[in-house]
Design a protein. Structure first.
Length: 325
């Protein structure tokens, strides 16, 4: 079967997966204790949820969003709008539609994720190559120890440490917000450490495997400059597997910046998702969850297709690639 059939099958799987995500998210939201109206009553007078703080407005929201409609019908009404990219108004931000919030907040999260992945690649490639060329040496073991430590450290802890160091102590950078280029430095650094550690390990492993290939050994045996052989042959082919890792990492960062955005007061999609979960804002929570899932699935599909073209050994057989995807 050809590429078109393969893509068609993957798109069908994508749609079915989105439906499963929507059902699971909606079910968990219904099973969670309390709802938006209950939380609104509790917090009215203490916290202003979207500027709506009176009992009369809570009753109006219940009527507007179908509190008297069966749960299954609420789900169908929401999904009917989702098909045409109309998630309806948010509960918490009553004057704004969910799709408008996503359109405004996603570029913020995407910017952070893209810059973090680029910085991670700039760190990971030389570190991974350096460690591979000194395999089993003290330098290699020390580098991998630091890499493992960076992988184990959660991004929000990195962000908290950087706030204490660069903002509170050294007073070099702002502690949060989204007002200028300086506000990018702390979140990008915090988000890039984990991916840099993951990518460095992949580069090292791939580089070691490539260095054992016959064509690399032959090129070195023929007297070619070692640096030229490593850069032109070993390194270029070692970087192909990074496409498989970097794509999902980029998507994961776009959808996983919740804690860092909340800690640094960055108005990205992760912050809105956290607020939606805390306030039981069904439309916003459902909309962001579906959008997150869509980003992950489309990115994985794009990575599979790019990898197929980068590596001619990958072939589509029966609609499924040789690597099992």
């Amino acid at each position: 079967m050809g590429l078109a059939v393969y893509i068609g099958k993957r798109l069908v799987r994508l749609v079915l997966s989105l439906i499963a995500v929507s059902i699971l998210t909606f079910t968990l939201l219904q099973l969670a204790p309390g709802n938006f109206a209950d939380l609104q009553r509790v917090n009215s007078g203490a916290t202003n949820f979207g500027g709506v703080g009176t009992e009369s407005m809570v009753g109006e929201l219940e009527t507007r969003y179908g509190a008297d409609v069966p749960v299954w019908k609420q789900y169908l009404i929401f999904m009917k709008g989702a098909v045409v990219w109309d998630f309806g108004p948010s509960y918490k931000y009553a004057s704004r539609n969910v799709q408008d919030i996503i359109a405004e907040a996603f570029p913020v999260s995407a910017t952070l994720a893209l810059l973090a992945v680029l910085l991670a690649l700039l760190i990971a490639v030389p570190v991974g190559v350096f460690a591979a060329l000194r395999q089993n040496s003290k330098t290699d073991h020390g580098t991998m120890f630091v890499v493992t430590l960076g992988h184990a450290l959660p991004s929000y802890l990195s962000a908290a440490f950087m706030i204490l160091l660069f903002s509170a102590t050294l007073k070099l950078l702002p502690s949060g917000g989204w007002n200028g280029p300086k506000d990018l430095i702390l979140p990008v650094l915090a988000l890039s450490l984990g991916p840099a550690a993951v990518l460095a390990r992949y580069v090292r492993s791939s580089m070691l495997e490539t260095l054992r290939e016959e064509y690399v050994t032959a090129a070195i045996a023929k007297g070619g400059p070692r640096r030229t052989v490593i850069v032109r042959h070993a390194l270029r082919n070692s970087l192909i597997p990074l496409v498989t890792v970097a794509g999902p990492l980029l998507a994961a960062l776009m959808t996983g910046t919740v804690f860092v955005e909340a800690l640094l007061r960055i108005p990205g999609l992760g912050l809105y998702f956290a607020n939606a979960a805390a306030s039981r804002d069904m439309p916003l929570l459902m909309g962001t969850a579906l959008f997150f899932a869509l980003i992950l699935m489309v990115t994985n599909l794009a990575v599979d297709l790019i990898y197929r073209f980068l590596d001619p050994r990958i072939r589509t057989v029966g609609g499924v690639s040789d690597d099992g995807h």
